[in-house]
Design a protein around this ligand. Structure first.
Ligand SMILES: [Zn+2]
Length: 446
């Protein structure tokens, strides 16, 4: 069913045309950037900037990494509040945004007044795609205004025409009472927050969370909301009619991908400001936007004034789940398979913990008793020469644990061409909770 589009001119334009329109602006954007930023003057010194509208030349533009961002922030001159990547005078920056810093030290990004306007408009598109609009009362549960999911989300909720109820940053008890008092119908939070907060509401309010008027959930920030079992748990706990998974990246734009009301996966919603590509994480070769394709998302913020990024390696590994959609949007739909950093290698095969989880859940959802996890020798272990140890909780009364173990090992081997060694555990052996660091975990709690 066709839906309300925030930016119909672009949202419904053929995807290839959008990519070409974006590429056409790159030579001007990049040559100006070389003048404006000491980092990019050096980084792009040898790059074929003048030809960057052409595919072959574009693919020779060097990537930017998180480490480049960190280094450029350490090397800052007197008029560089945000380091060598900064591309405007410091007094043009109206807001500083800090990454949440889940891995390594936090990094900072800036917005000029024009950047702020573009962020708010683009994030309003992202929220509209998730079904937020006039008439909704939206509870924003982020605690900190400074992070990318703080003030920018608040600004964008208002821009859609919805009512912002910023309940985050208070005790959970008070947050529960505010949901009731303000008749909140839309809850926005991280995947783990929306997963556990319904129990807290029942505890505080004395009645099930399904009796609150919440009918729409917007969940992101962590993988896990594309998994059917995890989704239905959240939907049932709140009595929601719709759950939209969303995703962003503070370094780029805090909302980039958003799930519409029609299809699986998340649409790209930032085409007016951000160019997105897929690349093979090992070879860096470009990957076409085709159904079933997988690759690492690489972003270029071609309208950003204060701190643009060029071919920024996100480390987020995506699978394209659709290239057309009934909602009327033309951007591809993806699901996030995991962080490139989470990828495991068994002999020569690449595999994500989430792939293993999906195989097990698809076949054995009624038998497993809790979360699963991959056990590593060290946090840094990526390579496995022996079968990958996979811990699974099984109820003590399971009739055939040995048969179960063999069936799981066989299912993973035939589906993914990697071997796992299943180790069965008692229920409650693996700590519950969906967590930002999904490194060793391959399962979701039931
Ligand atoms: Zn759609």
């Amino acid at each position: 069913m066709a839906e309300r589009l925030w930016d119909p001119e672009l949202d419904a334009r053929p995807w290839q045309e959008i990519l070409e329109w974006q590429r056409a602006s790159m030579p001007v954007f990049l040559s100006a950037l070389k003048e404006r930023s000491s980092f990019y003057a050096e980084h792009l010194a040898e790059a074929p900037v003048a030809e960057a509208a052409r595919d072959d030349a574009w693919h020779q533009i060097p990537f930017t990494s998180k480490e480049d961002v960190r280094r450029s922030q350490r090397e800052r001159g007197p008029d560089q509040l945000l380091g060598a990547m900064q591309s405007v005078p410091s007094d043009a920056i109206v807001q500083v945004i800090g990454s949440s810093g889940t891995t390594g030290s936090p990094t900072f990004f800036g917005l000029t007044a024009a950047d702020l306007e573009r962020w708010t408009d683009s994030l309003a598109n992202w929220l509209t795609t998730a079904g937020v609009g006039p008439g909704n009362v939206v509870a924003l549960t982020t605690g900190m205004p400074m992070v990318a999911g703080g003030m920018p989300y608040g600004d964008a909720i208002r821009r859609t025409g919805a009512t912002l109820a910023w309940v985050g940053g208070q005790t959970t008890e008070r947050m529960c009472r505010l949901l009731e008092l303000l008749r909140v119908d839309t809850l926005m939070g991280t995947a783990s927050f929306v997963s556990f907060f319904s129990d807290r509401c029942e505890e505080v309010l004395g009645y099930p969370a399904t009796d609150l008027p919440i009918r729409r959930i917007v969940a992101g920030g962590e993988p896990g909301m594309s998994q059917p079992q995890a989704r239905s748990r959240v939907v049932n706990a709140w009595g929601a009619e719709r759950l939209s998974e969303v995703m962003g990246l503070g370094d780029v734009l805090s909302g980039l991908w958003s799930q519409c009301g029609s299809g699986d996966g998340m649409h790209f919603t930032a085409s007016r400001d951000v160019h997105v590509e897929l690349v093979d994480p090992s070879t860096s070769a470009p990957v076409e936007w085709a159904d079933g394709a997988t690759g690492e998302a690489v972003y270029t913020t071609f309208t950003r004034e204060a701190t643009p990024v060029v071919r920024y390696r996100s480390r987020d590994h995506m699978r394209v789940v659709g290239t057309s959609c009934d909602c009327g949007r033309t951007s591809p739909r993806v699901s996030c398979i995991g962080r490139t950093d989470d990828m495991l290698i068994y002999k020569a095969m690449n595999v994500f913990p989430s792939d293993i989880r999906d195989v097990v859940m698809a076949r054995f959802v009624d038998r497993v008793a809790g979360p699963m996890r991959v056990r590593k020798d060290s946090v840094d272990q990526v390579r496995f020469d022996d079968p990958i140890p996979l811990e699974i909780e099984l109820p003590p009364d399971d009739a055939d644990p040995d048969g179960f173990r063999k069936e799981v090992e066989e299912a993973v081997r035939t589906s993914l061409r990697v071997r796992v060694a299943v180790e069965l555990l008692e229920p409650d052996s693996i700590p519950l909770g969906v967590h930002k660091n999904a490194l060793t975990y391959v399962g979701e709690p039931q």
